[in-house]
Ligand binder design. Sequence first.
Ligand code: AMP
Length: 146
Amino acid sequence: MFQSILFATDFSESSDHAFQYALSMARKFESRLGIIHVISEPVDLRGFYVPHISFDKLEEEIEQGALKMMEKFCRTHVQDYAKVESFVVPGIPFDEIIKKAAEINADLIVVGTHGRTGLDHVLFGSTAEKVVRKSTVPVMTIRIKE
Ligand code: AMP
C-alpha cells in the first residue's frame, strides 16, 4: 500500500517509460503522485565570465523553460489522474529527489535506470544509483528495453 509516490523525471525516454509504472502504481493504490524535475545547478560563474544581470536572466529563462516542459509532460502523460502535484526545483538531482520525498512523505520513489545522457554506470545511471543508495524509502528503478 503506497499513499504517496514520488516520480523523478529528466524528460528522457527512459524516465517517460518509468512514469508508466509510477502512474499505474498510483492508480492501483489511489496514491498521491508527486512529479519532480531538478534543474541541475550550473557551475556558479557569477561575475566571472558574465555580469550578474545576464546570469540572473539566464537562470530565469532556464526555469521558465523547465516549467514549460513540466507543464507539457503533465498535459500529455497524466491527463485524467487528479491526485498529482508537480515540482521544478534547482539543485543536485539525487539530493533534491531525496529531500522532496521526505517533504511529501513519499513511501515510494520511482526513477528510470538511465537518463538523458544514456551513460551506463554498469547497471544504473548516476542519479538512479545515488537515490537507491541514499533513500530511506523503497526505490523502484525501471529499465527501458534497448
Ligand atoms: P541518470 O542517472 O542521469 O542516468 O538518470 C536516471 C534517472 O534519474 C532518470 O530516468 C530520472 O528518473 C532520474 N533523473 C535524472 N536526472 C534527473 C533530474 N534532473 N531531475 C529529476 N530526475 C532525474
